[in-house]
Write a protein that binds this ligand. Structure first.
Ligand code: ATP
Ligand code: MG
Length: 393
């Protein structure tokens, strides 16, 4: 019965030019999301409203599902759009609508009319009262509840008349493309896909870097990261995933440096390489899934040591989250099932029995000197052999 959706969006206190940027980005993200859905969709903007109008047959559930992945949308309202053919006609249409939309009539309701067009012959309060009356006449089982109705019958009088009673929640946030781009350090774990999701939710486009260490990490581990990138891309849009062969760097650090410092030194080189690709791709920051105290490499001292090598801002949206809170978001965005598949990533292979939890920068600097002979060439080799995979959901 629905041939259109009315899209509600927020954060729109944003004024002037920024508002257009926001709406432009929102429309283009909606087009991207709907591009994969069966049907023909047209997006129309009108007076601070965005409508999705359909032509012919389309898959309702798929369309809703696609729109639920578009940041910036706070509500998706399946809407019946009517021509204004007089108030009597409107009363009949509302009765027809309730008849079709609610097979069971034992609910409470409220009519919420709004006139965006002030020359309409009736005022909102009058419309509410008369539509309510007519509905009670047509369906005597209905009850009015003005405080917490089961069904809110919304009637918006514009050049056209919008009739809707369902608001399907959207993901909120800001449309991707309104806030530049950042480079996500994406591993096969639970945290980093969630971190990418959270920054993308603020309107930031995402590229990603994954460090793999064949043969210590398998093709399956890499495939898992590709799958996770696909899940993030459902929300964030296309992602260029940089797969960096990290094996030789890791082995070299393993040979030259004390094993308890391995993870920290390794992480410093990961950040340096990620920053290289970030700059190359016009990213304005790095993103990691780190959270204070989660593991030895995420104590305040370890984070300081990792952070020291970066010149770009490093965004750590999970920094104050407990694991359980991260798991909940992971489940909500549909990444959890993939994240817990048991393929080793390169960090879990070379872990020391007793990694330092309070690395001293002086000690780390000294030990890194032991890498002087070959590390630049190995870094260059890693850069030269990067594989870039274009990921679309
Ligand atoms: P995750 O669940 O995201 O793997 P984690 O709790 O296992 O995180 P670490 O392994 O210490 O934590 O990694 C911290 C962060 O460093 C990750 O969230 C991710 O951003 C980045 N990272 C770790 N390993 C890799 C990797 N192999 N490739 C790319 N980034 C990585
Ligand atoms: Mg990890």
């Amino acid at each position: 019965m629905y041939k259109a959706f009315l899209i509600k969006y927020a954060e729109i206190a944003i004024k002037g030019k920024n508002r257009y940027l926001f709406e432009d980005a929102l429309v283009s993200q909606m087009k991207r999301a709907l591009g994969k859905v069966d049907g023909t969709f047209k997006i129309r903007r009108e007076q601070g409203r965005i409508y999705v109008e359909t032509e012919g047959e389309y898959d309702f559930d798929e369309a809703v599902e696609a729109l639920r992945h578009v940041f910036g949308i706070v509500g998706i309202c399946p809407v019946v759009i009517l021509k204004d053919e007089g108030f009597e006609q409107l009363l009949d249409e509302v009765v027809r609508y309730v008849e079709a939309a609610y097979p069971e009539k034992n609910f409470t309701f409220k009519v919420n009319a709004r006139r965006a067009r002030k020359n309409y012959p009736l005022e909102s309060m009058e419309i509410n009262a008369r539509v309510g009356e007519r509905l009670l006449e047509a369906f005597p089982e209905l009850r009015v509840d003005v405080h917490s109705p089961d069904v809110m019958v919304n009637i918006e009088i514009r050049n056209q008349i919008n009739l809707y009673s369902t608001v399907i929640p959207g993901p909120g946030g800001m449309p991707v493309g309104t806030n530049g781009k950042a480079m996500l350090l994406l591993s096969g774990g639970i945290d980093s896909p969630v971190a990418g999701y959270m920054i993308a939710k603020r309107g930031v486009a995402i590229d990603a870097t994954y460090f793999h260490a064949p043969p210590y990490t398998s093709e399956r581990a890499k495939q898992k990261v590709v799958d996770l990138a696909k899940i993030v891309a459902k929300y964030a849009g296309p992602i260029n995933l940089h797969v960096v062969n990290f094996t030789d760097i890791q082995l070299y650090i393993y040979e030259q440096c004390p094993h308890e410092e391995l993870t920290i030194i390794m992480r410093r080189y990961m950040m340096k390489l990620a920053e290289h690709f970030a700059k190359e791709n016009k990213c304005l920051g790095l993103i990691t899934g780190e959270s204070i105290g989660q593991v030895a490499s995420q104590t305040m001292q370890s984070l300081a040591a990792t952070n020291e090598v970066c010149t770009m801002p490093v965004y750590r949206p999970l920094i104050g989250f407990d694991k359980q809170e991260i798991v909940e978001i992971s489940e909500k965005i549909g990444a959890y099932e993939t994240s817990i598949l048991p393929y080793e990533d390169c960090c879990t292979i070379f872990v020391a029995k007793h990694p330092v939890t309070k690395p001293s920068l002086n000690v780390i600097h000294n030990d890194e000197k032991k890498l002087a002979e070959k590390i630049d060439a190995l870094m260059q080799e890693a850069i030269d052999t990067v594989e870039v995979i274009h990921i679309e959901a």
